[in-house]
Design a protein around this ligand. Structure first.
Ligand code: DAK
Length: 258
């Protein structure tokens, strides 16, 4: 891989978008590599992913404007599809994904962060959907995910005005869950990932599926989705061990992902 690095550390793996000289902007090669990296994640071993950007300045500064500038309508649609498919793969990935946002998260950068389950950032992070200033709409899900995360009014203001916001404002509106110094960002991302990874993997995966699928349907259907995924945990080794440990007043020995 030229632009996407993958490092597994036990049950946590870090994916780094590494195209530092273009502030990690997403071109079609980056998107294709990211797709392959996701396909290669060993789901038997890895229980939580962290997505970050290389360097100290940028998470992802958007889709690659140079590559997009000369696209025909058909090519633009094809580029949009590659991005949308990989962002959706990330969103529906069986295990949780934490975005550790280490700088600019603009356009496609903000959108890829919003496809992750949890967003935390460094205090130099900058968020925004500046597409209207480039003559386009957000194309990787920004018009859909931003209002779901920060509410319709705030999303409309950010998207129509194309105004960037800093980390403290992103925290205030709920776009990120926490802000750290740049030095503390990855250690905290890893700590959170380890905490998630220690919990029963089937239960964590089912929680993600229940939340994601439930948000797309009405409450009557959502409750049924939850019931099925709740039921699905039973008879697993991990459910038996988790409950036995409680009843025997001891710590869980280990969750085995089965
Ligand atoms: N694309 C390509 N190159 C980029 C880039 C980008 N998005 N952002 C930065 N770079 C490159 C710069 O061109 C520069 O390259 P050199 O000139 O050194 O070769 C290098 O990174 C360093 O950038 P700067 O010199 O500009 O660095 P500064 O610190 O001065 O400024 C900045 C940092 C992040 C404020 C600035 O670079 C900037 O404003 N970048 C553009 C941010 C932006 O507008 N991002 C949104 C892009 S639009 C769609 C699918 C998806 C999308 C749309 C449609 N379809 C459905 C087809 C998504 C669109 C977007 O993401």
């Amino acid at each position: 891989m030229e632009f996407v690095l993958y490092e597994q550390k036990g049950s946590v793996a870090v994916i780094t978008i590494s195209r530092e000289k273009a502030l990690n902007a997403l071109n079609s090669n980056v998107l294709k590599e990211l797709d392959s990296v996701l396909d290669g994640v060993n789901l038997e071993e890895v229980r939580c992913l962290i997505l970050t950007g290389a360097g100290e300045k940028s998470f992802v500064a958007g889709a690659d404007i140079g590559e997009m500038s000369s696209l025909t309508k058909a090519e633009g649609e094809a580029f949009g599809k590659i991005g949308n498919d990989v962002f959706r793969k990330l969103e529906m990935f069986p295990i949780p994904v934490i975005a550790a946002i280490n700088g600019f998260a603009l356009g496609g950068g903000c959108e890829i962060a919003m496809s992750c389950d949890i967003r935390i950032c460094s205090d130099n992070a900058v968020f925004g959907q500046p597409e209207v200033g480039l003559g386009i709409t957000p194309g990787f899900g920004g018009t859909q995910r931003l209002p779901r995360i920060v509410g319709v009014g705030m999303a409309k203001q950010m998207i129509y005005a194309g105004r960037n916001i800093k980390a403290d404002e992103a925290l205030r509106i709920g776009l990120v869950n926490a802000v750290y110094t740049l030095e503390e960002l990855m250690p905290n991302a890893e700590k959170l990932a380890q905490t998630i990874a220690k919990n029963a993997p089937i239960a964590v995966r089912n929680c993600k599926e229940a939340i994601n699928k439930g948000l797309d349907v009405d409450m009557d259907q959502a409750i049924i989705i939850e019931e099925k995924l709740f039921g699905n945990c039973f008879e697993s080794y991990d459910q038996k061990e988790g409950m036995a440990a409680f009843l025997e007043k001891r710590k869980v020995e280990a969750f085995l992902n089965r």
